[in-house]
Unconditional design. Structure first.
Length: 485
């Protein structure tokens, strides 16, 4: 007999049973389910529903089951629908009919809501460490190439020269925000639904706050109806995971482009590249491409979850079962993507000469030259027009900005409607000054503000990122947490 079968006389149609089965997915919650059950037994004992001997026997059986799950010695029975019924049946085989008392005052509704929160808490802790590891890989790449210069772009066109380290630190900033969003989602998820029952709350005087403390929740849920039907925490996590995957996809996109010989800025290590079954010359950054594609899957999980929830009345509905694979798969995809990108970034070889050779291409130092004119009293819009006119003339002969001759500068300054610019046209030292300002090194030094690409500002940003990551204990103990998970 099914554990819910007293109300029924006939057998479930196999098609309906197969359609509703979730054990293939929710067995991932087994350790969380057992830990929740142990805390629930303590709650029942504290309320006088179980004797001390009964509680000890139940807890002994649950701990033995926990060992079986962790050693993968348990056999899952698809006929028992889900992880909860499988574990209760396994417990009965271990300790006999007393197992039937375990579910007192509890529903699968508050049980799965609790399991999901416990599971998500562990998943976020692993992801926090994985994000920090990718941050560290990017930081180390930046430190190894702290003087490398890159043509920063906007609209995919050359814009201004920046340090490569400054560019890489932009991704570190994104990832640090991802860690913050994960921590925020974890905090809101860390509320215990256990004791909410099916909808109205447990019918026994269980100390829900004590049970919550045992499971290291911050508190017990305030409303039983909300507790069993709430999946906001799934949405919040998948939203944070989707944005993290978007950040990884942007990084992957640049790795794919920059490893193309047309750019030639970097080379992906052989351990993270693949060849072609037909073309002997190929060296493809496949992991980066797959990360880029798999971001779509996580975004899809978020969209699917929101769509499931949008039409549900209170309280629990079976539709909520469909949020579980989205949550688990979304977390797994993000963790795998973080791990592979951290490894790939660690193998990157930067061609600094190639980068620097193109750093001034496209007249990227023109803004610095305009700024130099502004410092001498020329209004910015006038300076912008003067330098733009010089660039236009230089483009005809493919000459760089630091090659503009004295006559060209004098002519364009004199042609400006601004009186200050016209006066400067006669200054003999001005063209030489502007040519110096048109150099990459000079242009790099000019944005000497907090968050700018000036070398001393980037050095400070690297030091701060190093301090922040080195102080994070989660980076150091990730292996221990993964093993215990």
């Amino acid at each position: 007999m099914k554990m819910w079968g007293g109300r029924f006389e006939g057998e479930t149609d196999p098609r309906a049973a197969d359609f509703g089965r979730s054990i293939e997915v929710d067995q991932a919650l087994a350790t969380d389910d057992l830990r929740g059950s142990i805390a629930h037994v303590h709650g029942l004992a504290g309320a006088g529903i179980l004797t001390t001997d009964e509680a000890e026997t139940l807890i002994g059986g649950l701990r033995a089951l926990l060992a079986d799950v962790e050693s993968r010695a348990i056999a899952w029975d698809p006929a028992l629908e889900d992880v909860h019924l499988n574990l209760e049946a396994a417990l009965e085989r271990k300790i006999g009919p007393l197992a039937g008392k375990l579910h007192t005052g509890r529903s699968r509704n508050d049980q799965v809501a609790t399991d999901l929160r416990l599971w998500l808490r562990r998943a976020i802790d692993r992801l926090d460490a994985a994000i920090a590891e990718l941050e560290l890989a990017l930081l180390e790449l930046a430190e190894r190439n702290k003087d490398a210069v890159l043509a920063g772009t906007t609209h995919l066109q050359p814009a201004q020269p920046v340090l490569l380290a400054h560019h890489l630190l932009a991704y570190v900033e994104m990832l640090d925000r991802d860690r913050g969003r994960m921590a925020d989602a974890r905090r809101r998820a860390n509320v215990s639904p256990l004791g909410s029952g099916a909808v109205a709350g447990a019918g026994f005087p269980i100390d829900r706050e004590a049970v919550a403390r045992e499971l290291e929740f911050d508190s017990a849920s305030a409303n039983s109806i909300d507790a069993v039907s709430d999946r906001d925490f799934v949405v919040e996590f998948l939203a944070a995971a989707s944005l993290a995957m978007v950040h990884l996809s942007r990084l992957a996109e640049e790795i794919a482009w920059w490893s193309n010989p047309a750019f030639g800025f970097l080379r992906v290590g052989e351990a993270f590249a693949t060849g072609s079954s037909m073309m002997p010359n190929k060296r493809n950054p496949d992991p980066a491409e797959l990360v880029r594609a798999r971001s779509a899957g996580v975004i899809g999980h978020l969209t699917a979850t929101l769509t499931v929830l949008k039409g549900l009345p209170l309280a629990y509905q079976r539709d909520l079962q469909e949020t579980v694979p989205r949550l688990i798969e979304g977390a797994a995809t993000l963790e795998a993507s973080l791990d592979v990108l951290a490894g790939l970034v660690g193998t990157l070889e930067i061609d600094r000469d190639r980068m620097e050779a193109l750093a001034a291409a496209g007249y990227t130092t023109a803004t610095a030259v305009s700024d130099a004119l502004v410092e001498r009293g020329v209004p910015f819009r006038a300076a912008h027009g003067i330098v733009g006119s010089v660039v236009k003339e230089l483009e005809r002969d493919a000459r760089p900005l630091d090659d503009a001759d004295d006559a060209l500068w004098a002519r364009q300054l004199a042609a400006s409607p601004d009186l200050t610019a016209q006066k400067l046209a006669a200054e003999p030292d001005l063209p030489a000054l502007l040519r110096r300002c048109a150099g990459v090194e000079s242009a790099l030094a000019r944005p000497d503000v907090v968050g700018g690409t000036a070398p001393r500002r980037v050095a400070a940003a690297l030091a701060e990122a190093r301090r922040r990551l080195d102080s994070s204990a989660r980076v150091d103990d990730r292996q221990d947490r993964s093993a215990s998970a």
